[in-house]
Design a protein around this ligand. Structure first.
Ligand SMILES: N[C@@H](CCC(=O)N[C@@H](CS)C(=O)NCC(=O)O)C(=O)O
Length: 225
């Protein structure tokens, strides 16, 4: 059995969890909260040299980084695949996974999460409204507009959920948990697509499992109803 260490709420932890569920892999989940209270478990630096979540253990084999974990799971349990066999579809899947982590998370979800949740609730400092406004007014429209232009159906690549969908949708779950609403009128395809991905069995199960954690943090999951 593999162990996934992280926080259910985390964009990158959820990627690993949804991938494991989709592949019907036996996994155990261990909560590690790197930012609260800044003292992760004693072997944490071995498990996660970056200190970030998620990390994974399979016997004495360990990996950190959601991409490494998902690609490892793909080799360990090839079906159903989260990476298509076709070269162009494979490349497009990796592109959206990279875009999810390097652009959506880095420039939208991470700053909003820090200003909306971490600063006031954990660091006990005021949110920086200028940072939030800059993300919402200047950064987000270009990114959401690009995604809107790329959606043509239920999945970003091919006819089944891939790592591209898991990575992109996982960011929008957190975006909405922390109180930001997706503008259905401005991004109709993106909104419909995200509802569809969140409704995929593996995603639904992951979201169901993270319910207590979300409730405990006082977050609103009504957008999933
Ligand atoms: N490239 C890494 C990024 C991991 C990452 O940024 N994780 C965030 C949570 S989603 C984290 O650990 N944040 C804790 C912190 O910043 O202290 C991956 O894909 O796993």
């Amino acid at each position: 059995m593999i162990t996934i260490h992280g926080v259910p709420l985390s964009v990158h932890t959820r990627k690993a969890i949804v991938t494991a569920i989709l592949k019907k892999m036996d996994y155990k989940f261990e909560v590690v909260i790197p930012v609260i209270p800044d003292n992760p478990p004693p072997n944490w630096s071995t498990l996660s040299p970056t200190g970030l979540i998620p990390a994974m253990q399979d016997g004495d084999y360990t990996l950190a980084d959601s991409n490494a974990i998902c690609l490892y799971l793909e080799r360990k349990q090839p079906t159903p695949a989260v990476l298509p066999a076709d070269a162009k579809a494979y490349g497009r899947t990796l592109w959206f996974d990279a875009y999810a982590g390097g652009t959506i998370f880095r420039h939208v979800v991470h700053p909003l999460f820090h200003q909306t949740i971490v600063a006031p609730n954990i660091r006990k400092v005021p949110s920086d409204k200028a940072v939030i406004d800059d993300v919402l007014d200047n950064v987000q429209p270009k990114i959401f507009g690009y995604l809107e232009s790329q959606i043509d159906g239920k999945f970003l690549v091919g006819n089944a959920m891939t790592l591209a969908d898991i990575a992109i949708a996982s960011n929008f779950i957190v975006y909405q948990y922390i109180g930001y609403k997706l503008d259905d009128a401005a991004y109709p395809k993106l909104s419909r697509y995200l509802r569809g991905i969140a409704g995929q069995d593996a995603f639904r199960k992951a979201l169901e499992d993270e319910k207590p954690f979300v409730a405990n943090m006082g977050l609103d999951r009504s957008f999933l109803d």
